[in-house]
Design a binder for this molecule. Structure first.
Ligand code: HEC
Length: 116
């Protein structure tokens, strides 16, 4: 009886600890389906890599799972919004105002899918 009780508590705590993460962090397959990652990679290389490849001023590097998992814990949309309007050391649109919201989204999706 005790064993069943403890397994139930264990199962519940597992569920509780995993649910918020699963609900909020972006699904890489969905990001790949919704964004053009090839264009995103080109934009990243021409505009974003200068800071993000080298972690300038704490810019999260693509592939750094620890850094990115914390940033996208609240979902893709807030991180994208920060990239469009600017966020601390991150200049609005990576400093290139001619990039459209969709182009920024492709670049962010490229970075995030490399890092989950
Ligand atoms: C001048 C350097 C610089 C350039 C260029 C730059 N970034 Fe950043 N970026 C940063 C820094 C610094 C941060 C970290 C800000 C912080 O959390 O203190 C950041 C953070 C981010 C984040 C995380 C935002 C969040 O909510 O945590 C995303 C996404 C991002 N950049 C996308 C881009 C994209 C896309 C481009 C190119 C279009 C780009 N960045 C170009 C410096 C840069």
């Amino acid at each position: 009886m005790k064993r069943i009780f403890y397994s139930a508590v264990f199962a519940c705590s597992l569920l509780l600890s995993q649910q918020p993460l699963q609900a909020a962090s972006p699904d890489p397959a969905a990001l790949k389906a919704q964004h053009d990652l090839v264009k995103g990679a080109a934009i990243y290389n021409s505009t974003c890599a200068v800071c993000h490849n080298n972690g300038i001023m704490g810019a999260p590097k693509p592939g750094d799972k620890v850094a990115w998992s914390a940033r996208v814990a609240g979902g893709f949309a807030p991180v994208l919004a920060n990239s469009i309007k600017g966020f601390k050391g991150m200049p609005a649109r990576g400093g290139k105002q001619s990039l459209t919201d969709a182009q920024i989204a492709d670049a962010v999706a490229f970075m995030v899918t490399k890092s989950l």
